[in-house]
Design a protein around this ligand. Structure first.
Ligand code: FUB
Length: 343
């Protein structure tokens, strides 16, 4: 099923009810939705999946995206507007290929798109592009963020206005090739640098952003994910360990770090009392979806909370995904009610 080439699209059909896990966008393939409320609307910053014939492998070579579109909706369940391409690979001076999962942030009238791409040496770095409004277009900075590596950036803005960049992902995301922020020579394969099963897992990274939002203000630290006893989640604990797609939100003064467990396909979450963690693993936000990848964001709109995610309903192909949303519910103790996308 090939999407039509319409640039502007409206999800006018009642069938797109968010509570029925319907695709939000059907005229093109979209994935990795990062949702934010800007100017009173929901803006979604997804990956734009395309078919290029790139070979499928354990390093994600088949995710060969070349631009980003921005989408918006006035409220949950309303028409979804495609604002068109807002940043293209050819306009990013340092990037060579693979525009993977982005995120966006707002500060003092400017909007910032954070995105991963491979550099000229085929190593993932994280870039930032700037716009005057949430729908872009975005202009890329000439170089990636200094000291950045790996992928799946997500920016959390705390109530005091501080912004924190979370990033990282193993296997195709190359996090396992780095130690203390440096690429380790000789690491090339998907499992090179993955800790032994009885060792602590690799963790997502976190760093405060500079006041101008363009660089990291500090060396990235581990956002430690621990079990209820305070022990780091182990590398062999595939149901709970971090793989990719970190996202942080705040609910009732607690910090929720949610992430994909990759080869076990959960969106797990852990709770901490500050943006750096440690975060105590609590359970799953979302069970496996159709397709290999599971990637999400969580946003509050007018007092209700929503999960944005993707699956492969429209194509049946792991690299050609479609974004969806569903309402999220909390229990009185702050835990999240797990969503089963198959129901
Ligand atoms: O879209 C490419 C990659 O697939 C993302 O960066 C990962 O999180 C996974 O969803």
């Amino acid at each position: 099923c090939a999407p039509s080439s319409k640039d502007e699209q409206t999800a006018e059909n009642e069938e797109t009810s968010i509570f029925r896990h319907q695709p939000l966008v059907t005229h093109m393939y979209t994935a990795d939705p990062s949702a934010h409320v800007f100017e009173g609307k929901i803006y979604i910053y997804p990956s734009h999946d395309i078919e290029t014939g790139a070979t499928s492998d354990d390093m994600g070579g088949h995710f060969d995206m070349k631009d980003y579109h921005v989408f918006s909706m006035d409220e949950p369940g309303a028409a979804v507007k495609d604002h068109g391409p807002v940043l293209k690979l050819e306009d990013i001076p340092w990037a060579s290929r693979q525009l993977w999962a982005p995120d966006a942030a707002h500060k003092e009238g400017k909007y910032y798109l954070y995105f991963p791409a491979k550099d000229q040496d085929d190593i993932f770095r994280i870039g930032v592009a700037v716009a005057d409004n949430p729908a872009g277009p975005f202009k890329a900075q000439p170089n990636p963020i200094k000291g950045s590596y790996s992928m799946d950036p997500a920016v959390f803005q705390d109530d005091d206005g501080s912004n924190y960049l979370y990033f990282g992902g193993i296997w195709g995301g190359q996090l396992q090739w780095f130690e203390d922020g440096e690429l380790v020579a000789g690491r090339k394969g998907p499992t090179d640098g993955i800790p032994a099963p009885d060792q602590a897992a690799l963790m997502p990274k976190v760093a405060k952003l500079t006041a101008d939002m363009l660089e990291m203000a500090e060396k990235p630290k581990d956002a430690l994910i621990v079990d209820e006893q305070g022990n780091p989640i182990l590398s062999g604990d595939n149901q709970r360990r971090f793989f990719e797609g970190a996202w942080v939100h705040k609910y009732n003064e607690q910090y929720y770090l949610s992430y994909s467990t990759g080869d076990t396909h959960n969106i797990a979450y852990a709770i901490g009392d500050n943006p750096y963690g440690p975060f105590v693993h609590k359970g799953n936000v979302l069970l496996p979806v159709q397709g290999w990848t599971n990637h999400h964001s969580i946003v509050e709109f007018e007092g209700k909370w929503y999960l944005f995610y993707h699956d492969t309903e429209l194509s049946g192909e792991t690299h050609l995904r479609n974004i969806k949303m569903a309402e999220l519910q909390y229990n009185p103790d702050g835990t999240i009610q797990t969503i089963n996308p198959m129901k």
